[in-house]
Design a protein around this ligand. Structure first.
Ligand code: LMR
Length: 331
């Protein structure tokens, strides 16, 4: 080879190497809800912070609305490394073998966000996240959504009203047991399929947070909404562990900071987003709201408290007791 050619070739290789070095690291962040929800907004906010603070060395691609993967597939994709970041609902960790996360689904275990944060921000929250490590997953943060309402085409006021109702649930055994305790027939279904299932009558009703119901237009196909606040939906932001551990240390630290700030943002907007969604559903005038009387509420609590006992073997009696101690509430 002539010297000139050799030098030209060398220059091209150096240019190619430089280009490779400047390629941003891509974080694919997949989720199943609309962008205009607490989780959707927080994911977009994390992207903004992460890209600005790493000065373009990291690019976060957010895929909302089950665009890339549905509930079950996204967890498999994370373990395979096809996506790097997710924020599944805490009710969806059972299929991963992390059954303890279903403690968040226990009916009436938290009265409000403050009680919930005593768990997510404390040693219990930390312990649950470390349980994910052997499964190749690192837990980065808990993000709030909110408290659930019940919807159906039948008014649901007392436990007996649930008898025979087919209710869509997330993939959680605790939620299955919750609806069985009410005499309903629970049916596990991916979030992306719920609107159509309600519309066509495959299921009669469902439970979710107002922001999820409104942004999926579920309220348009449900005549009644009971303000039950009987349970909670929130998220764990998780990453593929190998990917996370393989990041340059300075980038990881910067991303951890961006995640901290995105978490503060998520947890600051969640309540308002749900209050706003409820007001918007009400404003359509198409869904009748049901407020439980204190006696009706007491009947719900009575019917559902046995779920805590029934699920001790799945979640762990000690863990449930630890939660009671942290919140100061027993059921
Ligand atoms: C659901 O499936 O109902 C929710 O978990 C969706 C979500 O991510 O909020």
């Amino acid at each position: 080879m002539k010297l000139g050619n050799f030098i030209a070739g060398l220059c091209l290789s150096v240019i190619a190497l430089n280009a490779a070095a400047q390629q941003p690291i891509i974080i694919k962040f997949s989720h199943v809800v609309a962008s205009d929800t607490p989780k959707g907004k927080a994911a977009d906010y994390f992207k903004k912070l992460a890209e600005a603070r790493t000065k373009g060395r990291v690019k976060v691609e957010v895929y909302p609305n089950s665009q890339l993967y549905k509930d079950k597939e996204e967890l498999e994709a994370l373990q395979l490394g096809s996506v790097q970041m997710l924020a599944p609902s805490l009710a969806k960790f059972g299929p991963l073998g992390a059954k303890e996360f279903e403690l968040f689904d226990l009916p009436y275990i938290f009265d409000n966000y403050a009680d919930l944060h005593k768990v997510t921000d404390g040693p219990i929250g930390k312990r649950l996240m470390s349980g994910l490590e052997p499964r190749g997953i690192t837990g980065l943060a808990y993000w709030d959504n909110g408290f659930k309402v019940m919807t159906s085409n039948r008014p649901l006021r007392v436990p007996a009203d649930f008898r025979g109702q087919k209710m869509r649930i997330q993939s959680s055994k605790v939620l299955d047991s919750q609806f069985r305790a009410l005499g309903a027939i629970p049916q596990v279904m991916a979030f992306s399929e719920v609107y159509q299932a309600l519309q066509t009558g495959v299921v009669d009703g469902t439970e979710n947070t107002p922001s999820n119901i409104y942004t999926q237009r579920m309220n348009e196909v449900q005549k009644y909404l009971t303000l039950s606040d009987h349970g909670y939906i929130g998220y764990a932001v998780i990453v593929n562990r190998k990917f996370w551990d393989g990041l340059p240390a300075d980038l990881r630290t910067t991303l951890e900071g961006a995640m901290r700030d995105a978490t503060t943002y998520a947890n600051n907007i969640a309540r308002q987003e749900n209050d706003d969604a409820l007001a918007k559903i009400k404003a359509t005038g198409k869904t009748e709201f049901i407020t439980l009387t204190p006696e009706q509420k007491a009947d719900w609590v009575k019917a559902l408290s046995k779920v805590h006992r029934e699920q001790e073997s799945r979640i762990g009696r000690d863990l449930i007791q630890d939660v009671y101690r942290a919140t100061g509430k027993t059921l």
